[in-house]
Design a binder for this molecule. Structure first.
Ligand SMILES: Nc1nc2ncc(COP(=O)(O)OP(=O)(O)O)nc2c(=O)[nH]1
Length: 261
C-alpha cells in the first residue's frame, strides 16, 4: 500500500503532493514502483496534528481522487474518518475506507461503510492525534489492542459490515510509546487469532528513528524496510509505506527465501 498524502503537513512528506498534477505524478510513481493499493489521505494524523474540517478535506481529496481513479489501475484506499468524505470518495471509486478511528470518529461512518459495502481498515488508537501521545499507559498493550480490535470487528459485523470486508491494524505510533510499538511489532502474529488481514503502518515513523538514530523522511527508509519485513514475517498482509520501490524489492527477496518463489 503506497502512501499518497495530499496534505501540507504530513509528518514525513507533507506538501510533496499538493495539487492534482503533483499528486497524480506521485500516484503514478507509486504504482510503477509496484504498489498494489494507493492510500490517499488529506488530513495529517501525526501526533499533535490539528483536525481538518470536512470541507477542507474534501477540497484537498476529491480532485486528486478523481484524477488518480481515472488513470491509475490499482485499488484506491481513502484515509479518512468522516462519513461525508467516505460517501464522496465512494462516488469517485474508492475501494477501501482506511479509518484510524476504527469507525468511531464519526457516528455515521460505520453505517455509511455498511450501506456502501466498501471494505474497511480498523486501526487501534486512543484519543485523537492532538492528544493521543498522552494516552500511552497500558497494563498489557498487546492484549488491550487485540481486545479493542475484536470489539470493533464485532461492532462492525453487528452494524452490517461483512467480516470478510475488514482489515485490522494495531496503529503503530498512535497512542503508543516506543516500548509499546516494539512489543506490538515483535508479537504482531498474536493479532492473527482474530482471523483477519493485518495492515502494518511503520513507514518512516518515530519508532524507526528512535532505534536507528535517523532524523526523518528518506533517512528512515532502510529501517522502515527492515521493520516491514519483520511485519511480513509476523503475518502482515498489507504494508503501508512511503518508499514502495525499496519495500517491493525487499519483499520479493524475502518471498524467494521464505517461500522459494
Ligand atoms: N491504517 C493506517 N493508517 C494510517 N494513516 C496515517 C498514518 C500516519 O502516517 P502518514 O500518513 O505518513 O503521516 P500523516 O498522518 O502525518 O499524513 N499511519 C497509519 C497507519 O499506521 N495505519
Amino acid at each position: 500500500m503506497g502512501i499518497l498524502n495530499v496534505t501540507p503537513d504530513s509528518f514525513s512528506d507533507g506538501g510533496e503532493a499538493l495539487g492534482v498534477d503533483a499528486a497524480l505524478a506521485k500516484a503514478r510513481a507509486l504504482w510503477r514502483a509496484g504498489a498494489d493499493i494507493l492510500d490517499i489521505g488529506a488530513e495529517s494524523t501525526r501526533p499533535g496534528a490539528p483536525p481538518v474540517g470536512e470541507e477542507e478535506e474534501l477540497r484537498r481529496l476529491l480532485p486528486v481522487l478523481e484524477a488518480v481513479a481515472d488513470r491509475i489501475p490499482i485499488p484506491i484506499s481513502v484515509d479518512t474518518s468522516k462519513a461525508g468524505v467516505m460517501r464522496a470518495a465512494w462516488g469517485l471509486g474508492a475501494g477501501l475506507f482506511n479509518d484510524i478511528t476504527a469507525l468511531r470518529g464519526d457516528p455515521l461512518a460505520l453505517p455509511t461503510a455498511a450501506e456502501l459495502g466498501v471494505p474497511v481498515c480498523l486501526m487501534h488508537m486512543r484519543g485523537r492525534p492532538r492528544d493521543m501521545q498522552r494516552l500511552t499507559h497500558y497494563e498489557d498493550v498487546l492484549t488491550e489492542v487485540r481486545d479493542f480490535l475484536a470489539e470493533r470487528i464485532d461492532a462492525c459485523v453487528r452494524g452490517g459490515i461483512a467480516r470478510e470486508q475488514i482489515v485490522i491494524d494495531p496503529g503503530f505510533g498512535f497512542a503508543k510509546d516506543l516500548a509499546d510499538n516494539l512489543t506490538l511489532l515483535r508479537h504482531l502474529d498474536a493479532l492473527g487469532e482474530l482471523g483477519l488481514p493485518i495492515l502494518a503502518g511503520l513507514s518512516r515513523k518515530a519508532m524507526i528513528g528512535a532505534i536507528t538514530g535517523t532524523g526523518g523522511g528518506r533517512d528512515r527508509v532502510m529501517g522502515s524496510v527492515a521493520a516491514a519485513l519483520w511485519a511480513l514475517h509476523q503475518g502482515a498482509a498489507i504494508l503501508r509505506v512511503h518508499d514502495v520501490a525499496e519495500t517491493v524489492q525487499a519483499v520479493r527477496m524475502w518471498g524467494a527465501l521464505a517461500h522459494g518463489k
